[in-house]
Design a protein around this ligand. Structure first.
Ligand code: TXA
Ligand code: MG
Length: 350
């Protein structure tokens, strides 16, 4: 299959591009498009066959459900049977935005979208290309991140192309995404509210709306007991080819430990890669392959560059990767979750 690439402006997408992409979706095809978080791989959410193509193209396990993207609140009512009263203000304040809400699924949404679950995950993206595409299409779009299953999510069109060229119909290239890590996923019922995946909307913000909100216990430890609340939790994700370890603790110790560990590996003849802050990068010897994230205190920039740093490091083929851990505040919880997953929960305490 020939994958067409259409370029457009991220703030003012061209009507022609949106129309062409919408017509691909109407005929049951797959279109990768940018959202504020990462690129998504879209299909008509109400077309079972089209959604099955997403799983095939990504080699995604069939038991991992996808997110339905909407452009107005009426669409939420179309895809769900009931929305808990206590998420109304959250939706009003935070949508469009990087927050996905799991709600009871309506019969209109084919079971494959939710991998057979009775619920469906829904979000309204804050990106003019994504919103414009949903509006032109006129109906909800099912879209997981546009990467091959297990790889870091794509934050630009080149990363989508690298993973999916030849197996999808179209990529809308509107440059880099704004945030860089995927949306926060929450499940809210009348009696309980849980973060299933930490993301750009941090727990500190969610607490103002849902005083009882908890982080699902498996998120930072990677331990699952029984059936995971969100199937995505149990999969190894973002995993580079080389073994990876995350160094965590108080910063001074962390940077020391990274330098010390890198030197040890170098001595034993390994090609060492480090994914680190600007501060730590300055302390490392030049024989180490380095992917610089951002200054330590700019967690927003660390999030934005994290996935491309993982992909770049992979292209450079190190034998071992040492990554710097970051504080778990704000978007830091999402950064830590992705780093730990990438490392298969190999953590070095400094
Ligand atoms: O920012 C994002 O959310 C991006 C962009 C493209 O919107 N999308 C994304 O989708 O990251 P995906 O499929 O890569 O991740 C969806 C996550 C998975 O961890 C999945 O298990 C969970 O959401 N999920 C989806 N439906 C669910 C459901 N009904 N119940 C629990 N978890 C669900
Ligand atoms: Mg994904």
């Amino acid at each position: 299959m020939l994958t067409r690439i259409l370029k457009t402006d991220k703030h003012n997408p061209s009507r022609r591009v949106l129309e062409e992409a919408a017509s691909v979706l109407k005929s049951g095809g797959l279109v990768a498009f940018p959202t504020e978080t990462v690129y998504g791989l879209g299909a008509d959410a109400f077309n079972e066959e089209a959604v099955l193509k997403i799983f095939k193209a990504k080699k995604r396990p069939p038991d991992n459900p996808v997110i339905v993207h909407i452009s107005n609140v009426d669409m939420l009512k179309e895809v769900s049977t009931s929305v808990p009263k206590r998420v109304e203000r959250l939706i009003e304040d935070l949508w469009p935005g990087p927050l996905t809400i799991v709600v009871p699924r309506s019969q209109k949404v084919p079971a494959v979208v939710s991998a057979g679950l009775e619920t469906v995950a829904v979000r309204m993206p804050a990106h003019n290309v994504a919103l414009g595409l949903i509006k032109h299409f006129g109906s909800p779009i099912a879209a997981p991140s546009a990467n091959l299953s297990g790889r870091p999510s794509p934050t630009n069109a080149r990363d989508v192309y690298e993973d999916l060229n030849g197996v999808i119909d179209m990529i809308i290239d509107a440059g880099e995404t704004f945030i860089g890590v995927e949306s926060t996923v929450i499940h809210v019922t009348e009696s309980k509210s849980v973060i299933l995946r930490p993301g750009p909307i941090p727990i500190e913000t969610l607490r103002k709306y849902l005083s009882d909100i908890e982080v699902h216990p498996s998120i930072l430890t990677g331990n699952f007991q029984g059936t995971p609340a969100s199937p995505g939790m149990k999969y190894r994700h973002y995993a580079p080819k080389a073994e990876m370890v995350v160094v965590e603790g108080v910063y001074d110790r962390v940077s020391e430990k990274i330098v010390e560990t890198a030197l040890e590996y170098l001595k034993s003849g390994l090609k060492v890669g480090c994914i680190v802050s600007e501060e730590t990068a300055r302390k490392l010897p030049s024989s180490v392959m380095i992917e610089v994230l951002a200054p330590r205190n700019r967690l927003d920039l660390v999030a934005k560059r994290l996935f491309s740093a993982l992909r770049n490091m992979d292209r450079r083929n190190p034998d071992i990767i040492i990554a710097e851990g970051f504080p778990e505040e704000g978007i830091g919880m999402a950064i830590q979750n992705r780093l730990r997953k990438a490392a298969g929960y190999r953590i070095l305490k400094a």
